[in-house]
Design a protein around this ligand. Sequence first.
Ligand SMILES: Cc1cc2nc3c(=O)[nH]c(=O)nc-3n(C[C@H](O)[C@H](O)[C@H](O)COP(=O)(O)O)c2cc1C
Length: 228
Amino acid sequence: MRRRTFLVAPFTIGTGALLGHLAACGASPASAPPPSTSGDEELTETSEPTMASTTRTLVAYFSRAGENYYYGGRTTLEVGNTEIVADLIAGAVDVDVYRIEAADPYPESYDETVERNVQEQTDEARPAIAGNLPDVTDYDTVLLGSGIWNVQPPMIMRTFVESVDLSGKTIFPFVTYAVSGLGRTIDDYTGLCPQSTIGEGLAIRGEEAQDAKAEVETWLQAIGLLPT
Ligand SMILES: Cc1cc2nc3c(=O)[nH]c(=O)nc-3n(C[C@H](O)[C@H](O)[C@H](O)COP(=O)(O)O)c2cc1C
């Protein structure tokens, strides 16, 4: 098994303090304090070394378990589809993982979540993120993952990219979806993060997330994070 670090209570930046200063993700949250060194915040599993690389890569994802779309019907997901893909990534390469969680969790009901999302899109809302944000200073690559909600990443992904400084970094989006593929993902992040490089995205059909290991690894190879 490869090394994998989970940012359990990620480092330092209080979300509430930042939400008053939202800006495009190139704008630096200059007041961010240095990372905590208490050691309580992260859980590290160390094993065999991965490919020789000085790259530090962060996987930041949002995923919602609960009632969801499933081949035209509904199912109840114990684990969200995007979380499954994030786990596949973390099992294949040396990354830190940050899970984006809503301060006001989304409903268990699919229809209520659809309704709330439409309202958030209409309002250009920035749903608050629970807990602390990661200190992204030392990462040069960020893999941004989410489902596709109404043909684009959920609005909470906007909250995230506007709350951390991703300028100068390369963002590789990955999504799970029902029918829309990447939808407007690339355009969204390109517009939101003008000082970042938006690289090749990965779109996995949600129902097939469990079986996507090969597809995920092919993508990781294509973007240079896994040897061919
Ligand atoms: C509120 C909501 C809106 C959705 N809108 C779309 C959509 O427009 N296009 C699509 O392909 N899938 C859509 N889906 C399906 C999800 O993108 C898909 O189930 C995804 O795998 C969910 O990821 P998650 O389980 O990690 O949250 C939607 C799901 C929800 C809950």
